[in-house]
Design a protein around this ligand. Structure first.
Ligand code: NAP
Length: 310
């Protein structure tokens, strides 16, 4: 099936996620043309050089003017200013969506700028790698991964269905959710694990009693898997924590309590508590593999499929 779903696609920001959408949309013939506006001239030139887009323009307003589908693919801190710039130039009947990792803040920052007659449907592909920029993307990134849409009240059913179809044809499994619920679920499944990885790698780096060369040398003992997550983009992740503050603090509170319980078990030699906890968590990993959301290899499923990145 190669029916065009939207004539003109505009990508605002064309890094890992934006360029992966461009690759998949082109591969599957989902759009007739793609234009992009990205902040730096270098990224716009790279997007053209890689053949990701048909045109790369100098301003966000120009990018969205004739677009039927606009996808904001920048870090969250850019949204509010971009919303103010693009709002007046969005075409009547167009759909405005995004890929941001937090959803309540996106609605706060974009919704006030969306004119009547434009369909605003926030979205989040639960797929990524620790790499950034237009060269890091690949068309298969979204295959068999979840895409969460968090429509606001009064969303047009036909526009929602069309966006649902767009992501399904890219290869995603699509789910709709309340924005607040999305932010809570992602706080525990994505945001907290990143915070823990950043923290453990930072702690290891600070240690005086173990040299850094030993940390690197013996990293296969578990540390290595954290370093992959902790190599994720600092701008993106700073913005995630600043914009999902309440949910992350809530989950961090629970995590700290549970960690204290394990600390007590170690201190008092309570092997049963340790054994029971580790047995329970092992079953969770099994369930994730069975659900097709991970490979058995301990690499967070981030090895690229062969031929990816083209
Ligand atoms: P990325 O590779 O760093 O790309 C970000 C892009 O945004 C770059 O092209 C950058 O342009 C552009 N940009 C930054 N500020 C801009 C502005 N003010 N106006 C226009 N363009 C601007 O980041 P990414 O990984 O694709 O992440 C993008 C979004 O996807 C984030 O909101 C993130 O929360 C979400 N997300 C990421 C992942 C992941 O694993 N990476 C997964 C799911 C969702 P220049 O290069 O020109 O500066």
């Amino acid at each position: 099936m190669s029916t065009v779903l939207y004539k003109r696609l505009a990508l605002i920001g064309i890094g890992l996620i934006g360029s992966s959408i461009a690759r998949a949309a082109k591969r599957d013939g989902l759009v007739e043309s793609i234009t992009t506006y990205s902040k730096s001239e270098a990224t716009r030139a790279k997007a053209l050089e890689l053949g990701l887009v048909d045109t790369a323009v100098d301003s966000a307003e120009e990018a969205v003017r004739d677009a039927d589908l606009v996808i904001v693919c920048t870090p969250l801190s850019a949204y509010a200013a971009l919303g103010a710039v693009i709002g007046p130039h969005l075409k009547a009947g167009a759909t405005l969506t995004d890929v941001g990792s937090v959803k309540q803040s996106v609605i706060r920052d974009l919704a006030p700028h969306v004119p009547a007659g434009v369909h605003f449907i926030p979205g989040h592909p639960v797929a990524g790698t620790e790499h950034s920029g237009p060269e890091a993307g690949f068309a298969e990134l979204f295959r068999d991964r979840w895409l969460i849409l968090t429509p606001v009240a009064g969303t047009d059913a036909a526009a929602l269905q069309q966006l649902h179809t767009f992501w399904t044809r890219i290869g995603s499994k699509v789910e709709t959710m309340e924005p607040q619920h999305h932010d809570l679920v992602l706080a525990i499944t994505s945001h907290l694990p990143h915070l823990i990885a950043y923290n453990i790698v930072g702690t290891a780096d600070d240690l005086q009693t173990v040299t850094k060369s030993e940390v690197i040398k013996y990293s296969a003992g578990g540390f290595r898997d954290f370093t992959r997550i902790a190599a994720s983009d600092p701008t993106m992740w700073r913005d995630v924590f600043l914009n999902n503050k309440e949910a992350v603090l809530e989950m961090l509170g629970r995590f700290t309590e549970d960690l204290a319980a394990l600390q007590r078990a170690i201190r008092w030699g309570d092997g049963q508590t340790l054994f029971d906890t580790f047995t329970r968590t092992r079953a969770i990993r099994r369930q994730i593999i069975d659900a097709g959301q991970e490979t058995p290899a301990p690499d967070f499923g981030r090895n690229r499929p062969s031929g990816a990145g083209k």
